[in-house]
Design a protein around this ligand. Sequence first.
Ligand code: CP
Length: 316
Amino acid sequence: MIHFTNINDLGNLQKAVQEALEIKKNPMQNKALGEGKTICMLFFNNSLRTRLSTQKAAQNLGMNVIVMNFGSEGWELEYEDGAVMNGSKSEHVKEAAKVIAQYCDIVAIRAFASLTDKEKDQAEIVISSFKKYAGIPVVNMESATGHPLQALADAITMEEFKTAHKPKVVLSWAPHPKALPHAVANSFVEMMQLQDADFVITHPEGYELDPDITKNSTIEHNQEKAFENADFVYVKNWSSFKDYGRVMNSDSAWTITAEKMQLTNNAKFMHCLPVRRNVIVTDEVIDSENSIVIQQANNRTYSAQIVLKKILESHG
Ligand code: CP
């Protein structure tokens, strides 16, 4: 594997999940693999789980780790070819990416969607520029359109908790006061398309995700109907894709409650975190035995570790 910017870069999701579960049994088993190698983790946006779990994964592999809060500490980057840089942007990504690549062997980047410029967000301007100019492997730690490390952790977690041979998995929209990106939902959908599962997406009308990502996935606008017999309920807010970045409603009728979970097949409750309690989900649900959000966050380490391991093995 050269880069990891999409869940499909893994090649075989099921195999990667099994390998991650093996790593989880003995996380230090490949401690020599990353010796003498360095990862630069660049954060254009805030993080708790991604930052700590990816750093831990790299250290488990024996790597050196450099972390930079690029959004607040780096020079503001220009991405346009031929730009006359007489505004606020101090450095072109062409130099920045090449310079950073001299200090490390892998660069991992978090750069969220602007939610104001759909074309640039869809073009993945930050990730694609680093891929183009850095000349070293690039890892997506949540970009404008995807969060594949989260989706891989979600796949690992579902593998651990599944009981039904072919589970029913529901991705449900839930309300949030702010406009949130589509990245987590997109990568979850892409990951579920690689699974042997009955997969249903439920959201209010107008919250359709990118049709190029949802493809033939089942969409049910009646949340309660979607929840019937579900084995996993994965909850996430996202803003409108069509009316890009708009919050069209924050209808509390879509909040995940114990009553709605009663409709399921004793489903596990999943969320990538951070989560707004009693807006997205009630305390009763997230504090219940069926909530596996903490286990999901734990699996972020093994998700990152299998990805870094595969990249290190490919690059020698
Ligand atoms: N789920 C997730 O990516 O968490 P952070 O934003 O805290 O990294």
